[in-house]
Write a new protein. Structure first.
Length: 163
């Protein structure tokens, strides 16, 4: 049974990440999964990061989605502070188009995993769907909503391309 308490925490390194990370929040809303969003930078607000992530499990969060660009340390630093699953979303950057962030995020040392998704909007949307898949393992209502979401998505794909 899904209540109102946030199950997914969406954190991002900067306000500038929000237009991308809003796709994760919107997708969680579509799946009716309670979530909260915070701007937390591994480099600019390290104490905020420590406080939020260390308390995340006790506060009822089940999954953390972390979006970051450039050095993109946020998901890895978060994963170091909590046993919760951390899903990383690399931002599309101006210098290397997000290649810098995705390489940084997926190159985690053995023992501290980050589930790294695609760069940008696709990764943000998929982080929410993957969070739903994780939650669906133990929440029958979310499992049903995820099944509906996927089946509606299939129905929305036209069979023949049109001009
Ligand atoms: C990272 O640096 C943030 O996640 C963001 O993607 C990038 C640039 O941040 P701003 O300079 O736009 O605040 O930490």
């Amino acid at each position: 049974m899904t209540g109102n308490k946030p199950l997914v925490g969406i954190i991002m390194g900067s306000q500038s990440d929000w237009p991308t990370m809003k796709n994760a929040a919107d997708t969680l809303e579509q799946l009716d999964i309670p979530n909260e969003a915070r701007v937390i930078s591994a480099h600019r607000t390290p104490h905020r990061l420590t406080e939020y992530v260390s308390e995340a499990r006790d506060n009822g969060l089940k999954v953390i989605i972390a979006g970051a660009g450039m050095a993109a340390a946020l998901p890895g630093a978060a994963a170091a502070l909590t046993p919760l699953p951390v899903l990383g979303v690399p931002m599309e950057g101006k210098v290397m188009g997000g290649l810098d962030a995705i390489l940084s995020m997926c190159q985690m040392p053995a023992g501290i995993p980050v589930g790294t998704l695609a760069v940008g909007r696709s990764g943000a949307i998929n982080s929410a769907i993957l969070a739903a898949s994780i939650l669906a393992l133990t929440d029958h209502d979310i499992a049903k909503r995820l099944d509906n979401f996927r089946s509606n998505q299939s129905d929305a794909v036209i069979e023949k391309p049109k001009d």
